[in-house]
Ligand binder design. Structure first.
Ligand SMILES: Nc1nc2c(ncn2[C@@H]2O[C@H](COP(=O)(O)OP(=O)(O)OP(=O)(O)O)[C@@H](O)[C@H]2O)c(=O)[nH]1
Ligand SMILES: [Mg+2]
Length: 342
């Protein structure tokens, strides 16, 4: 399935039905009064978050959405029926913006959450509604109001607790497959992962964390190199990052330098991202010949204020320590994490 995380759609609410001009026509009532009914209200266009949807793919081809109009009023004081609302389902995590002004209309982060994006027009009043003591026979009625319409932008920002970042081939997808139920594609060439993958890690304390594996970043990603950096939006909501670095002999760059490059690219996307706490996961120690390198890196990262955990995702060495670190993190941020889920 193709992952689509941005869309632009046009929504148009139903117009209200017109009010009616009519007169009572009954036997033995020669001067029947006004009897024109009101028009019905037009239907709203509503967006609703649905956790069964994972992407905005449905909006690639269908971009126009229209709710039903209200029926016109009619004689004998019959009011027009209201138009039905149109409910459009979107994935949980969808941010809704007015396409023209860029204003955020809603952030649908909870299952079932709804927002009206175009309001249906009010129905017009029929002439019966205008009857007063001084005007017993109004011969006019109101037209229904037009339904609102506008272009809106949908942007999916996945809801995950922990983001996994790093260069291509560092082992990010291997990490999520070792820690969680997710089974993304893993291969020894760069840019294996083309769209974000979520996985749930069960912690020993009976709680769980949602991890997000994203495509690899490279130097210049903010200028469009590699897969660019747009996908970083999916870690914007995370509380914490696992930064995976290949520290084996076959790595292409010095690990501390790799770390700096990724952080620089993240900062270009949003300085907020670099403020998130990071744990450095030094991967592939099974093929690292100089084990002294581990101590050197541990010291260097700790001096920078980061926790460094050496692992081999291939042999599972160091995984227990990593899981423990995740658990400690959970306990540290428990209140925030629970609040986000509530
Ligand atoms: N020897 C060794 N190889 C590993 C280890 N972890 C991952 N690999 C290999 O490294 C390669 C890249 O792993 P991925 O998990 O696909 O890397 P990624 O970071 O997700 O890469 P992209 O999706 O391309 O950004 C694969 O061939 C893995 O089998 C490890 O601990 N030791
Ligand atoms: Mg990957």
């Amino acid at each position: 399935m193709k992952f689509v995380d941005k869309a632009k759609i046009h929504v148009k609410a139903g117009s209200g039905g017109n009010g009616c001009v009519a007169w009572r026509r009954e036997k033995f009532v020669p001067l029947g009064g006004p009897a024109g009914g009101n028009g019905g209200k037009g239907g709203d266009v509503i967006l609703k978050a649905d956790s069964r949807l994972q992407t905005l793919m449905d909006f690639k081809h269908k971009i126009h959405f229209k709710a039903e109009r209200g029926q016109h009023g009619s004689g004998s004081n019959k009011h027009g029926k209201a138009g039905e609302d149109l409910i459009i389902k979107v994935p949980v995590g969808t941010v809704v913006k007015d396409a023209e002004t860029g204003e955020v209309i809603a952030d649908l982060t909870k299952e079932g959450q709804e927002v009206v994006v175009a309001k249906g027009g009010k129905g017009g009043k029929g002439n019966a509604a205008f009857k007063t003591s001084t005007n017993q026979a109004p011969d006019y009625a109101e037209e229904g109001e037009k339904g609102e319409e506008r272009w809106i932008e949908l942007e999916l920002k996945l809801l995950a607790d922990v983001g996994i970042i790093g260069f291509p081939n560092a082992g990010k997808s291997t990490l999520i497959s070792v820690l969680s139920n997710a089974r993304p594609k893993i291969a020894d060439y760069p840019f294996t992962t083309l769209s974000p993958v979520l996985g749930v890690v069960k912690l020993d304390i009976g709680k769980s964390l949602v991890l997000a594996d994203i495509p690899g970043l490279i130097e210049g990603a903010s200028q469009g190199a590699g897969l660019g950096h747009e996908f970083l939006r999916h870690i914007e909501r995370t509380k914490f990052l696992l930064h995976v670095i290949d520290i084996s002999d076959f790595r292409e760059r010095e690990p501390l330098e790799a770390f700096e490059i990724i952080n620089k690219e993240m900062e270009q996307y949003s300085p907020e991202l670099t403020k998130k706490p990071q744990i450095v996961v030094g991967n592939k120690i099974d093929i690292l010949s100089d084990k002294e390198e581990i101590n050197r890196l541990k010291k260097a990262f700790e001096e920078k204020g980061y926790r460094f955990i050496p692992v081999s995702l291939a042999t599972k060495e160091g995984i227990d320590e990593l899981k423990k670190a995740l658990q400690e993190f959970y306990q540290m941020k428990e209140k925030e994490l629970e609040e986000a889920k509530a």
